[in-house]
Design a binder for this molecule. Structure first.
Ligand code: C2O
Ligand code: CU
Length: 445
């Protein structure tokens, strides 16, 4: 196995380290001009949640509901969330998945804060500067807590007039659709089985799909051409219209699909389930009319060949640091005992050396998967520019992701600018894998 990390070195010309003050690591400060403060209280508690099918789940919830309250803001608002813990014994936190919050707001227990125990609370504050589709979840024993329901959605919309495309029109149908599995049943937002939603013909529609599971989901949209407008909250450049494709949505990932509603119904299927999923109906469309064909044979949309290229904000050939992570199986500490589990460069968390970067570094990751399972790779606090997959370069729109699936045998190259000082978890988002060793820390010098 290669060394844990190969540092290409900064070179003599690199600027000296910028000191970081602790105050910079918290999200203080007012909203942007014109913005407001969005206040929420989220109380973690156990609850029995009844799904539309009548099925009941013994859930861990924020505010008694699954998913937790939808957090929404307009760009520039200040989001202020008080997390309380009623009765989740092990403790909880809030991690803002994909959102580049200041490090102290990141919700990584034992790293950026203490776990919030029953009866305790924690106040999170951060400016909603990034537009797009995100989500939040507990980061304490998340392989248990997220699976049981401790998650919700975070959507930030552009300020009026800043992005006047047709899909931000006031009359649009804009649905946030976390996809989560409870005991083998797919739940889309808060509904199992088939969900209906009205959508008048010619209305702009935006579907914000969020995979809150630990496994990928296959998404098919039938009955219309559409654009994949955004990946992990970040807009793609000139996304073309597609149809008859399968979308592979990594665990933790988000896709925004946009289209103008046709005058016939549109169906969204998850994992090629033709009976469940979402049906959008133009007015007057009789229930039962929608037919969804067998979708299992549709080709997968290749993200790295979609949209049009455009310049990116750094020269990806000249990285200051280069880290290689080989994902495999080996001996890791699991629940305090050595076990054969998931490893990075032959080691398991917490005995994997930190990746050290300096503020301002251009960092490159090579992620190699030598194991027989897919590993959805996730770095906190930064978005990653995808350079190549298995040696095939990204030739379409630049794709920025915070969670990308490295399938068995694959090798991915990604890059990012380290401009968010702190200590950041870098891990597999198949959450049991992270729990079983596949996690390390990226540490600013
Ligand atoms: Cu969504 Cu460290 O996780
Ligand atoms: Cu994994």
């Amino acid at each position: 196995l290669p060394a844990d990390s190969a540092t290409m070195g900064g070179g003599p010309g690199r600027s000296s380290r910028v000191p970081v003050s602790v105050a910079d690591l918290r999200g203080s400060g007012p909203p942007a001009p014109g913005g407001t403060v969005r206040r929420y209280v989220l109380t973690a508690k156990k609850a029995t949640v009844r799904l539309p099918s009548g099925r009941e789940i013994d859930a861990w919830t924020y505010n008694g509901q699954v998913p937790g309250p939808a957090i929404t803001a307009t760009q520039g608002d200040l989001i202020e969330v008080r997390l309380c813990n009623a009765d989740i014994d092990g403790g909880v936190t809030l991690h803002w998945h994909g959102y580049d919050v200041p490090c102290g707001e990141d919700g990584a227990p034992g790293v950026t804060q203490l776990t919030v125990r029953p009866g305790a609370d924690f106040l999170y504050r951060f400016r909603a500067d990034q537009v797009g589709t995100y989500w939040y979840h507990t980061h304490h024993a998340s392989h248990v807590g997220v699976r049981k329901g401790l998650y919700g959605t975070l959507v930030v919309k552009p300020r009026d007039g800043q992005r006047a495309d047709e899909y931000t029109a006031a009359d649009q149908v804009d649905l946030t659709l976390p996809v989560h599995t409870f005991g083998g049943t797919v739940v889309i937002a808060d509904r199992d089985g088939q969900t209906e939603h009205p959508a008048p013909p010619a209305t702009p529609v935006r579907l914000r799909l969020i995979n809150t599971d630990s496994e990928p989901h296959r998404i098919v949209l039938a009955g219309t051409r559409f654009q994949l407008a955004a990946v992990d909250g970040r807009d793609l450049n000139q996304p073309g219209e597609v149809s008859d494709v399968g979308l592979h949505l990594p665990a933790g990932g988000r896709y925004d699909l946009v289209f103008l509603m046709p005058d016939t119904s549109v169906a969204l299927a998850v994992d090629d389930d033709r009976d469940g999923g979402l049906r959008l109906r133009p007015h007057g469309d009789a229930p039962g009319e929608t037919r969804i064909e067998d979708t299992s044979g549709l080709p997968e949309l290749d993200l790295l060949r979609y949209g049009a290229p455009v310049a990116v904000p750094f020269d990806t050939r000249n990285a200051d640091r280069h880290f290689t992570m080989v994902l495999d199986r080996g001996v890791a500490m699991v629940d305090g005992r050595p076990a054969y589990a998931h490893t990075i460069n032959g080691r398991g968390h917490p005995s994997i050396p930190d990746q050290i970067v300096a503020n301002g570094d251009l960092v490159r990751f090579t992620v190699v998967n030598r194991s027989p399972e897919t590993h959805p790779w996730h770095l906190h606090g930064h978005s990653l520019l995808i350079l190549s997959r298995d040696g095939k370069p990204s030739i379409g729109s630049p794709v920025w992701m915070d969670t990308f699936d490295v399938r068995p045998g694959e090798k991915w190259e990604v890059a990012f600018r380290a401009t968010n000082p702190g200590i950041w978890m870098n891990h597999c988002h198949n959450l049991p894998h992270a729990h079983q060793g596949m996690m390390l820390r990226l540490h600013y010098d």
